[in-house]
Design a protein around this ligand. Structure first.
Ligand code: AMP
Ligand code: ZN
Length: 692
């Protein structure tokens, strides 16, 4: 591995602050590379955080040591207020498309014609990454500029946003000016986590990684961008002749310099091109990123030069697009659902049809604008597709197959559940960059459907984790006026529940016991369950740690709330405003006070990991039945400097396996090389018995 990415161990000799600073910067860069580019971290998240903390402390003490390429400087301060244009030195072209082997053969014919007699080109076949294109420029080894493609001639300056992408080094070992192009993407697994977080914060999940990535690169506030798990995968060096003779060598050069590439290309003769394309098509489900086709490039840069370009495309490359898997089915109805925030969402009720491995009977239509753009009407035959392989979506209407004159869909003027006149939220419509469109909502917070949805949400695993709260039960509780908000759940008696239809004594007791147990959840879980806009699981935990208790949260004046929340790391202005609005809202305050009186929500422990102790640098996942409560074991581990993981991750050092440890945990441990130990062995380690 070149580019100064060797990881050095901290020597015992004392160092000057400047030397230590340089060393920390190198180490952190190297760990970022292992983590984000190679996907193969060497140290735990906690050990990494410790390095970053040390660097921050050092820079606080010696501000003169801070350089723009320090890892602490990735997220620059202020939001942009305007957009600066950047002229591309070499035009960013799009690619000519082929959809069939015939069109591909045609491409080959033109290539052979354009090259000197007898020269048979080789081809570099790569995945076509589905994200947003960027150009980055390094000068004297420093990342100095990043821009969007724009119209090809000029793009937008997005340097502060791209600097937040940790897989992209801020420094490289190359003295000259270097312009590189690539794609900003979000890995599928990262999108799942991001969507869970958004959902927990009451935001609409992204339909696919591309939308999430494309929206993020142009956002005005780099702090918001830093919250999105963006990555860059580079695929082209502009004017690469300086560093290589072929496309595949220029990709290798990028890798050697610690720059992220897709690492999925093959070099073949013409005979091998179709096979290489098919191989990518078969393998792409297993790639971490979305791939919507293959790009076939002439490998030799000299050949590329000879062929040149048209006004739109390079003549030496071709994109081969894969067809997304689609199905055609009947749209039985468009039903309008009311969500927990009152948002009205049109949903397609479909004749059940198989699609990419599952049977689909519902698909989201997002909002009225989407339905209007599709012009989907009841009884139509529609095409559906899985967006980012998660949520099925209606992508088109087979208008030829329409019979008669079905009415156009219209959003109802009143809530279909409570009859309250709806409101159109125009403020969302003005922010297309957030992926939000005009939302229609029922403004009645007491709307029975909203109350039901809030209860289901409150009960979810990541929030208060209440079992046995089924649909039939919640409907009876809310429709019968027995429960008006989540706090009322805690006043339910088993007798009252047993009186309801289809509820036996046993299930009534189960549900009431499960509700009672949820009183013990910590404040972060409670805040999560209340669904504060913009605040997901991680943010809820930070907020809970800042407040400590529900009392304290309620005691804050608006000024204090703003001050406290503003100080939380990573909280942007929107999050601050959302929390301040939430704690000042009279209805929310009343609910919080009611919950406090009912004794719901434990004080939030500060999850301090000790910086010294026998377990520093080690991480643990504790599972199975132990002689003590799991929380107590966690506390002991943290007090000894160890880190606690909820599940066995690649970076977990030890799995502490109690009785009845699940097979899946053990399998994970085997997969990641995590050492499996007993509770007694953990005791040894805690007493300083040495890790090994
Ligand atoms: P299109 O926008 O459909 O004309 O396709 C051209 C775009 O494909 C380029 O601007 C790139 O953003 C993108 N692209 C994705 N993967 C690659 C790749 N491996 N090589 C070149 N371009 C790519
Ligand atoms: Zn309503």
């Amino acid at each position: 591995m070149g580019g100064g990415f060797a990881i050095t161990m901290t020597p015992a000799l004392p160092m000057s602050p400047a030397e230590r600073h340089a060393q920390l910067v190198r180490e952190i860069d190297a760990h970022n590379y292992r983590y984000y580019v190679l996907d193969d971290p060497l140290i735990s998240d906690a050990a990494f955080d410790a390095l970053l903390r040390e660097l921050r402390a050092l820079e606080d003490e010696h501000p003169d040591l801070v350089t723009p390429d320090s890892p602490t400087q990735r997220v620059g301060g202020e939001a942009r207020t305007s957009v600066t244009q950047v002229r591309h030195a070499v035009r960013m072209m799009s690619l000519d498309n082929a959809y069939s082997p015939e069109e591909l053969a045609e491409f080959h014919r033109r290539v052979v014609e354009g090259l000197p007699d007898g020269e048979a080109p080789r081809f570099c076949v790569e995945p076509k990454l589905d994200g947003a294109s960027v150009e980055v420029v390094y000068e004297r080894g420093r990342l100095v500029q990043a821009s969007t493609r724009g119209d090809g001639e000029t793009g937008e300056d997005i340097t502060p946003n791209v600097r937040t992408i940790k897989s992209l080094p801020l420094r490289i070992a190359h003295p000259g000016r270097l312009t590189i192009r690539g794609e900003v993407v979000i890995y599928r697994r990262d999108l799942e986590a991001l969507n869970a977080e958004r959902e927990a914060g009451g935001l609409e999940p992204f339909a696919n990684p591309r939308n999430a990535a494309a929206g993020a690169v142009r956002m005005l506030d780099p702090r918001e961008v830093a919250r999105r798990p963006l990555r860059v995968l580079l695929y082209q060096v502009v004017e690469a002749a300086e560093i290589a003779a072929t496309q595949h060598e220029s990709l290798a050069w990028l890798e050697e310099h610690g720059l992220p590439t897709h690492r999925r290309h093959t070099v073949v003769d013409w005979d091998g091109v179709q096979g290489a394309i098919d191989a990518i098509d078969r393998a792409r489900d297993g790639y971490p990123f979305e791939t919507d086709g293959a790009v076939i490039k002439i490998d030799s840069l000299r050949h590329q030069d000879v062929l040149g370009m048209t006004s739109k495309f390079p003549k030496w490359a071709m994109a081969y697009k894969f067809a997304a898997e689609q199905a055609r089915t009947k749209l039985l109805d468009i039903v309008v659902q009311v969500g927990r925030t009152g948002a009205l969402t049109p949903v397609a009720a479909l004749e059940p049809t198989p699609l990419a491995g599952t049977t689909v009977s519902r698909a989201t239509l997002h909002n009225a604008d989407v339905v209007a753009a599709l012009d989907a009407r009841k009884g139509d035959y529609v095409f559906i597709q899985k967006a980012g392989e998660v949520i099925p979506q209606v992508v088109g209407v087979d208008t030829e197959a329409r019979r008669g004159h079905p009415a156009r869909f219209r959003m109802p003027e009143a809530c279909p559940v409570c009859g309250t006149p709806v409101v159109r939220d125009l403020k969302d419509a003005e922010k297309p960059e957030l992926g939000l469109e005009a939302a229609t909502r029922c403004p009645n917070r007491a709307c029975p459907e909203q109350v039901k949805q809030r209860i289901f949400y409150f009960a979810r695993r990541f929030a208060m984790d209440v079992d046995h709260l089924g649909t039939a039960l919640v409907e009876q509780l809310v429709d019968g006026g027995i429960v008006r908000d989540v706090a009322d759940l805690y006043a339910l008696s088993a007798e009252r529940v047993a009186d309801l239809e289809r509820m036996g004594d046993k299930s009534a007791q189960n549900v009431v016991a499960s509700i009672a147990r949820s009183r013990e959840r910590t404040l972060d879980r409670l805040l999560c369950g209340l669904g504060i806009p913009q605040i997901g699981q991680v943010a809820a935990r930070q907020l809970a740690e800042e407040a400590g208790t529900l009392e304290q949260l309620l005691a804050w004046t608006p000024e204090q709330a703003r001050e406290h929340v503003y100080a939380i790391r990573g909280f942007g202005p929107k999050m601050v405003e959302s929390v301040v609005a939430f704690v000042q809202d009279p209805e929310q305050r009343a609910l919080l006070a009611k919950l406090q009186e009912l004794g719901v929500g434990r004080p939030q422990p500060r999850a301090q990991v000790a910086s010294e102790g026998p377990l520093v640098g080690a991480s643990f996942c504790v599972t199975g039945v132990l002689s003590r409560k799991r929380d107590d074991v966690h506390a002991d581990i943290r007090a000894a400097g160890g880190e606690v993981h909820d599940s066995v991750k690649r970076t977990t050092t030890y799995l502490v396996a109690g009785d009845k440890t699940g097979k899946s945990k053990l399998d994970q441990a085997r997969k990641y090389g995590t050492k499996v130990i007993t509770e007694a062995q953990l005791g040894e380690l805690l007493r300083g018995g040495g890790q090994g």
